[in-house]
Design a protein around this ligand. Structure first.
Ligand SMILES: *Cc1c(COP(=O)(O)O)cnc(C)c1O
Length: 476
């Protein structure tokens, strides 16, 4: 650049100024989000129409850029951070986590190898060991032994990596044709997607029937299917058990499934994406941690119910050898003495991408800001309010609750009026803007789901949801 040439780079001082403005904007958003209609009202193309069709040629002033957050973006936001958001499973953000994201962006490290930023790797290792301790996961998942944890983008990525590690242990791609994987009919769709990506034909993923009452995987059916496959010369190599299914929070019998896996040497992955967070509370651990010592891998999403922004899935393996063998490729340009020494972890070998952000920072900040005490306080409160909502529903003849309600997800439908009444209630709640619910289908019935676990949700918001449901439902 010749002297006198302009620089378009934002100076630290300009960053300070506009960064402060942006933080102010987010803080104001936090203050106001409760009063905004939860679901975005825009029609398809509505956001696009508010943007110019061509990119800017001249640099734009920052006051205009930030103003467009209000004009262009906000109308197209469904407010996941609203305390009145009860849809899907929540995606928790929180102050400490947002600050962690900001600092990670500021450092801007590429943590693919230990040597590309030792702190990127070592903070992650320690924080995942801390999380394993907070959740009281089996020792095998700590980094002190052959296992350990890594942050993945999500549970879907974790399940795919578990499949690839299991495939490796069962003989790799060469053995692919013989392999059979199993999961429950109620398992998350990411298992099917992962199986497809791992190269399995649809017939190589056996969807095991779920129990009519609990919707947990029928272990007798699993064992029978595995035995039949083995007799026919196929290799049962992978089972995904679910702790807290997406539809209804069904909890598989991980211990019994683990024993069935043991009979065939199959890899047991436990998907506890949402419900696993409940284990921060000692009194809830028996519900979600049973049988985990039989698991080869485990995942839980702090980005759902532990106040940590997307993307943050904690994925643990009992023995990292198969995972690393499945995913490690060492080109010359990445060779370095630390990796060659074998004394360090290179997390690039534990997931699909090469490049990785410093995602552990936000989790570190969250664990330190809340402490075990704070996490327990909030998660226990969510479960308590869900049980209260469940009891209000039970006491009102206009509603039918779908049992069981083990944690913070309440499934229910209007007692009368069938499909149409359920759909109308869902539409009316969401059109009101005062709360947001989503649905599922259980035993052929359309069912409404209320997941209680948003960072800012208080008991009064759950009460308001109940009043809204009650007001919108005709007398029986
Ligand atoms: C949410 C969820 C998933 C998918 O999680 P992502 O982190 O979005 O990939 C998978 N399994 C279960 C049980 C879930 O609740």
């Amino acid at each position: 650049m010749a002297e006198g040439d302009p620089s378009y780079t934002m100076t630290p001082d300009e960053f300070r100024r506009w960064g402060h403005e942006a933080v102010e904007w987010v803080a104001r958003y936090m203050e106001q989000v409760e009063d905004l209609p939860v679901r975005s009202p825009v029609a398809p193309g509505g956001v696009q129409a508010a943007m110019p069709p061509h990119p800017p040629v001249e640099p734009e002033p920052w006051d205009r850029i930030l103003a467009d957050l209000d004009r262009v973006v906000l109308p197209g936001i469904t407010h996941w951070q609203s305390p009145n958001f009860f849809g899907y499973f929540q995606a928790n953000a929180s102050g400490p986590s947002i600050i962690g994201e900001l600092v990670a962006a500021g450092l801007g490290v590429q943590g693919m190898l230990w040597s590309t930023s030792p702190a990127g790797t070592e903070v992650e290792t320690v924080v995942l060991d801390w999380l394993a301790e907070l959740l009281e996961l089996p020792e095998c998942f700590r980094s002190s032994g052959p296992g350990g944890g890594v942050i993945q983008d999500g549970a879907s990525g974790a399940t795919l990596c578990a499949l690839l590690a299991a495939r490796e242990r069962a003989g790799g791609v060469e053995a692919l044709d013989r392999l059979v994987a199993y999961t429950s009919q109620e398992a998350h769709s990411s298992v099917e997607k992962g199986a497809r990506v791992a190269g399995l034909r649809s017939a190589q993923l056996h969807l095991v029937e779920a129990d009519r009452a609990t919707r947990a995987m029928r272990v007798d059916q699993l064992a029978a299917a595995m035995a039949a496959d083995a007799t026919a010369g196929r290799t049962p190599f992978f089972v995904c058990a679910t702790v807290g299914s997406t539809s209804s929070h069904a909890i598989d019998d991980v211990d019994a499934i683990g024993r069935a896996c043991g009979d065939h040497g199959a890899w047991l992955h436990v998907d506890a994406a949402h419900a696993g967070a409940a284990a921060v509370c000692p009194e809830l651990r028996p519900i979600v941690n049973g049988g985990l010592e039989r698991a080869d891998s485990y995942c839980v999403d702090p980005h759902k119910w532990l106040f940590t922004n997307l993307e943050c899935d904690a994925f643990y393996v009992a023995d990292r050898r198969h995972l690393v063998a499945a995913l490690s490729v060492m080109p010359e340009y990445l060779r370095n003495p630390a990796s060659s020494s074998g004394a360090v972890i290179d997390y690039r070998d534990w997931h699909l991408p090469l490049g990785r952000r410093f995602r552990a920072l936000k989790l570190w900040f969250v664990l330190r800001h809340y402490g075990a005490e704070g996490l327990r306080h909030h998660v226990a409160a969510h479960v308590e309010w869900a049980r209260e909502l469940a009891s209000w529903i039970d006491d009102d003849p206009r509603f039918t609750r779908i049992e069981p309600t083990p944690l913070n997800l309440v499934c229910f439908r209007p007692a009368a009026g069938g499909e149409e009444a359920a759909q109308r209630l869902l539409d009316d709640v969401n059109a009101s803007g005062r709360a947001f619910l989503t649905h599922t289908r259980i035993d052929g019935h359309l069912v409404l789901r209320a997941s209680i676990g948003q960072t800012a949700t208080e008991r009064r918001h759950v009460e308001a949801l109940w009043r809204l449901l009650s007001d919108l439902t005709p007398d029986a």
